[in-house]
Write a protein that binds this ligand. Structure first.
Ligand SMILES: [Zn+2]
Ligand SMILES: [Zn+2]
Length: 368
């Protein structure tokens, strides 16, 4: 796990201002467009900043140690919009100005420094992925369970339907693409120059732009709110398994792609059963007397009730006794089919008798 505080060189109680300052310093130092810049370090600092500068993400990071189900993998990280930008292609993140000038935020002056882009240029952020932790019991994991889930996140603005424009003010043709939604770009490379048709960054391919930003969402097309859904956890889910709910993460700005919600399922330890993949292990104390008498053994099962068996003659009691098909369901297998469940393993604990009664001793000695 990355220590975002360490990356920025601040301590855990750092204020927003400290974090911003630390990031700016590092960003200036490592910016890849600068001589002696270090793209990897710059991206790392940015990743840390994206999480620690966001109240929600920082709280989640402090709590779970992650704000990103994929760690530092490129693409679907917490930085969302930022990572969707292409370093080699300033056109993908500059020039998407919004009429009325939506403030670009803290990063504005850093962009200005290296790109020459003016204030008011900004990118449209796609929705970030979110991660949530859901704790269930082993019984829930056995039977499967549905859980209501509510998350506080960005949701589409109801006033402008996520478009970002004041619905009463109407739209106007995009001046960059002339309403085409696409722009042609000449690119010169080592192999010659060629033309590329790209989605217009200013209007996001719509061809038109709202005349006035929506007041409810300040033109973002999304507002802070709550999203609820029902999470279906299938039988046999493993501890730590991730369930992906497509499109249930943050809403994107101005109707762009929403992030996904990842629910990490934590299966709580059980008082009686230990889990080994799809097998369950139960410990059972055997009395020497019962072994000698061949008394049937009763052990609890995960579905409730008990399983009964006799220890076979000559069985090596140091080995677990295996009861087939009484373990956990195999995730994704159809119930009732052969092999659709793991086994129940009985670990024997053999206790020497404290004291042998006189009668018992006699019987044993005679049997010798
Ligand atoms: Zn709106
Ligand atoms: Zn356009």
């Amino acid at each position: 796990m990355k220590d975002y505080y360490k990356i920025l060189g601040v301590d855990k109680n750092a204020s927003d201002e400290d974090i911003k300052k630390a990031f700016r310093k590092l960003a200036h130092q490592h910016h890849p467009d600068k001589g002696g810049g270090d793209e990897a370090k710059f991206k790392e600092a940015n990743e840390a900043y994206q999480v620690l500068s966001n109240k929600e993400k920082r709280a989640q990071y402090d709590r779970f140690g992650t704000a990103d189900p994929f760690g530092s993998s490129a693409g679907g990280g917490p930085a969302g919009g930022w990572q969707n930008m292409n370093w080699e292609d300033p056109g993908s993140w500059a020039g998407a100005g919004f009429p009325g000038g939506v403030d670009m935020g803290d990063l504005g002056d850093i962009f200005d420094l290296f790109t020459g882009g003016g204030r008011g240029t900004r990118t449209v952020s796609h929705g970030s992925d979110l991660e949530l932790l859901e704790e269930i019991t082993l019984e829930d994991a056995f039977r499967g369970v549905t859980k209501p889930v509510t998350i506080a996140t960005w949701i589409g603005c109801g006033v402008c339907k996520g478009e970002g424009g004041d619905p009463g003010a109407g739209t106007e043709t995009c001046s960059v693409c002339g309403g085409q939604g696409q722009v042609r770009e000449e690119r010169r490379t080592f192999f010659g120059s060629f033309a590329q048709v790209k989605t217009c960054a200013r209007c996001q391919g719509r061809g038109s732009l709202p005349k006035k930003p929506c007041e409810n969402c300040k033109g973002k097309g999304r507002v802070q709110g709550e999203r609820s859904t029902t999470l279906e956890i299938l039988p046999g889910i493993q501890d730590g398994q991730l369930i992906q709910l497509k499109g249930f993460g943050e809403a994107g700005e101005r109707g762009t792609q929403a992030g996904d919600l990842y629910v990490r399922v934590r299966v709580k330890p059980h008082a009686k059963f230990a889990r080994q993949a799809d097998d369950l292990v139960v410990r059972h104390e055997l009395k020497v007397k019962d072994i000698l008498l061949g008394k049937p053994v009763l052990v609890p099962t995960i579905e409730g009730g008990q399983a009964e068996f006799e220890v076979p003659a000559g069985f090596d009691l140091k080995q677990p006794y295996r009861i087939p098909g009484k373990g956990m369901p195999r995730f994704g297998s159809r119930p009732g089919r052969a092999g659709s469940r793991g086994d129940l393993l009985v670990d024997f604990i053999i206790k020497a008798p404290k004291k042998l009664a006189e009668k018992e001793r006699k019987v044993l000695e005679e049997g010798d």
